[in-house]
Ligand binder design. Structure first.
Ligand SMILES: Cc1cc2nc3c(=O)[nH]c(=O)nc-3n(C[C@H](O)[C@H](O)[C@H](O)COP(=O)(O)O)c2cc1C
Length: 293
């Protein structure tokens, strides 16, 4: 783990990228330069995340002209986020993948998270992920399945590339418009009554958290504020289900990554914990008794 000063320098560009990121679904078709991909591969290997995890992000090239994603886009360069399927593992995979997404944005690239990637297609590039039984578990051939199971799966995929500025498809316009909207903070608090009392620096961290992506822009994250605002928690509501997306704990991990970056930006090295609570992954960030720059 890096010391706070080094971590702050490392995290700064990622935090800046939060405001620049939005989901892009149309890409220039040329492959990304090798040098850029090699640099990204090295960056991924050295990721200083504040917990143990089993996420295995893998860059891969896809054959043009095939349908890798549910909207038919298929750029050459992609990222598969592989991990075990228990709720904490997939949530940590969301955390790790979101840091990579923000790094890609810093490099001038665009990307979009996809829960609905075509499993058989991904199996051509990531060996062992798309055996016949696994395709049966998936949702009509898309994604990795609905349940916790033994072994590794491709939790999500991400096309990555330079944005095709000329593309003007209705699907991108509608998705982009939806993407811009975020719920007001009081709607996302476990205790909405605290809304008027939140210290400015914690408010700023929550603003960064709210810019996290979420499937169908559902924004299922709920924030808890405890111990005089020294503890921030994030999780989906107990019992939460979405009709199109079976794994909201992945999205919660992305939101947790934004909280972590926001707290580092404010000079904290928070204690981070991710555990199971009822039917959800539950993240806790504590800044009491920690060193501060
Ligand atoms: C876990 C996850 C899965 C997603 N899956 C898809 C998908 O299958 N297809 C798609 O077009 N967008 C997908 N998205 C992108 C969301 O629609 C997008 O993040 C959301 O509308 C918010 O917009 P923004 O990312 O531009 O802020 C996914 C996002 C997340 C976080």
């Amino acid at each position: 783990m890096k010391e706070l000063k080094g971590l702050k320098e490392w995290a700064g560009p990622l935090t800046e990228a939060i405001a620049l990121r939005s989901s892009v679904r149309a890409f220039a078709q040329a492959p990304l330069p090798n040098e850029l991909l090699e640099g990204m591969g090295r960056w991924i290997k050295e990721l200083p995340v504040p917990f143990e995890h089993n996420a295995k992000p893998q860059l891969f090239e896809a054959e043009p002209g095939k349908k890798l994603y549910n909207n038919g886009i298929n750029p050459v360069n992609n990222l598969a986020v592989v991990s075990q399927t228990d709720l904490v593992s997939i949530s940590k995979a969301g955390f790790v993948g979101e840091l990579i997404m923000l790094h890609a944005v810093r490099l001038g690239l665009s990307a979009c998270w996809f829960g609905h990637y075509k499993l058989a297609e991904v199996g051509r590039y990531i060996p062992g992920m798309a055996a016949a039984g696994r395709i049966k578990e998936s949702t009509m051939g898309y994604g990795y399945g609905k349940h916790v199971d033994v072994g590794e799966r491709v939790i999500c995929c991400m096309p990555m590339g330079y944005k095709d500025e000329t593309a003007k498809r209705l699907v991108d316009f509608v998705a982009g418009k939806n993407g811009a909207k975020r719920k007001p903070t009081p709607e996302l608090l476990e205790s909405p009554g605290l809304a008027g009392e939140i210290p400015a620096e914690i408010e700023a961290v929550l603003e960064l958290a709210k810019l996290a992506p979420s499937a169908a822009n559902s924004q299922m994250w709920r924030f808890g504020l405890h111990d005089g605002f020294k503890t921030i928690t994030v999780a989906k509501p107990v019992g939460y289900k979405h009709f199109k997306w079976e794994h909201p704990d992945v999205d919660v991990g992305m939101c947790a990554a934004h909280i972590w970056l926001g707290l580092i930006e404010k000079g904290y090295m928070p204690k981070v914990d991710a555990r199971i609570d009822a039917d959800r992954a539950f993240w806790t960030f504590n800044v009491g008794n920690v060193s501060r720059m």
